[in-house]
Design a protein around this ligand. Structure first.
Ligand code: SF4
Ligand code: MG
Length: 332
């Protein structure tokens, strides 16, 4: 498979004044393969949206690199950045807030087409709008109506049609179903899956709900307080979670099989989420981790590939390798 996106030790800090810094994202590393859905999960304020916006080039990075199709997103000139917009698009959580209420659906969807001069004339453009409406499960009669005339699920479909207007290859969906009724969530997820297949799309799917992310993602990265703490395939994350925070997230999801439900390890996280302005020393999770050791306060755990395609940052797993003191620290 072919790599579409590489995020390399990406760091994004915001300066708040009075010498304070919000450490939104710290040295996060992952890549996304063509046609894959990569899920980014964690509670609100963990840096997921900041990663999405920094990948899009909407935020400058503080350090690290974002490489899209071989190009460094933050080192592009204006012209190349503009071209990149065609390939990379975003779907937002609140479709109502992200759609201009005074624009008709037709105007909403055709705006990016006009900016990028996609069509020779209005007729071609309108046909394209009609086609997109059909692709997202709406129809041409909806074109002259306004966003407020639609339900939440329909509005998200309009948001998706707009995101597809420039025929992108890569879509960042930032909590695209979190604001929708449960009954509508699955419909929107199914639409996204369908569009992924028919259009060959690659997705970064951001969510705080792990059960939802599992359904759609091939691989999942778990975020906590600006740090990625674990990354592996969706199945492996559920069957064999390694990081205590991942185990805690999974403990909150009921398992339908009563035998598994009874035998599994449950981790309940207590205490408050620390502030990313003043994060704990060492491991960011240590103030809430039931396994915290002395070393966790003084040394930040390394991001390591523990087994093939399974990464974790936790001293519980680095110990063994220090004892072995073998020069090849990564086991494949
Ligand atoms: Fe817990 Fe220590 Fe692992 Fe952090 S490094 S998750 S505090 S055991
Ligand atoms: Mg967010």
């Amino acid at each position: 498979s072919q790599k579409v996106l590489s995020v390399e030790k990406l760091t994004k800090h915001f300066t708040l004044g009075k010498g304070r810094t919000l450490q939104a994202v710290n040295e996060v590393t992952f890549d996304i393969q063509k046609g894959e859905t990569f899920g980014l999960v964690g509670e609100s304020g963990c840096g997921k949206s900041t990663i999405g916006r920094t990948i899009m080039g909407l935020y400058e990075k503080t350090a690290g690199n974002v490489i899209y199709e071989g190009k460094n997103v933050h080192e592009l000139g204006e012209k190349d950045q503009f071209q990149l917009r065609k390939q990379m698009q975003m779907i937002f959580q609140d479709p109502y807030a992200s759609l201009n209420p005074r624009s008709t659906v037709r105007e909403v969807i055709s705006e990016p087409m006009e900016v990028h001069k996609l069509h020779k004339n209005k007729k071609e453009q309108l046909d394209d709008v009609y086609q997109l409406l059909e692709e997202v499960g709406l129809n041409r009669d909806h074109a002259n109506r306004y966003p407020h005339e639609f339900s939440g699920g329909q509005r998200q479909r309009i948001g998706i049609a707009r995101a597809l207007a420039l025929r992108p290859n890569f879509i960042i969906a930032d909590e695209p179903i979190s604001a929708l009724d449960v009954s509508v969530q699955a419909q929107v997820v199914n639409l996204l899956k369908e569009l992924q297949i028919t259009k060959g799309l690659t997705f970064l799917f951001i969510a705080h709900d792990l059960s939802m992310v599992k359904q759609i993602s091939d691989r999942i990265g778990v975020m906590y307080l600006g740090n990625m703490v674990e990354l592996t395939t969706s199945d492996r994350l559920y069957e064999n979670p390694l990081h205590p925070y991942t185990k805690a997230l999974l403990s909150a999801i009921p398992i339908p099989d009563p035998d598994v439900e009874e035998s599994r390890e449950r981790i309940i996280v207590e205490g408050e989420l620390p502030s990313p302005i003043n994060p704990p020393s060492g491991c960011v999770f240590r103030t809430r981790c039931p396994f915290a050791m002395e070393i966790c306060a003084t040394r930040k755990p390394k991001w390591q590939e523990i087994e093939d395609n399974h990464y974790v940052a936790c001293h519980l797993y680095s110990e063994e390798q220090e004892v072995n003191s073998s020069p090849k620290t990564i086991v494949n």
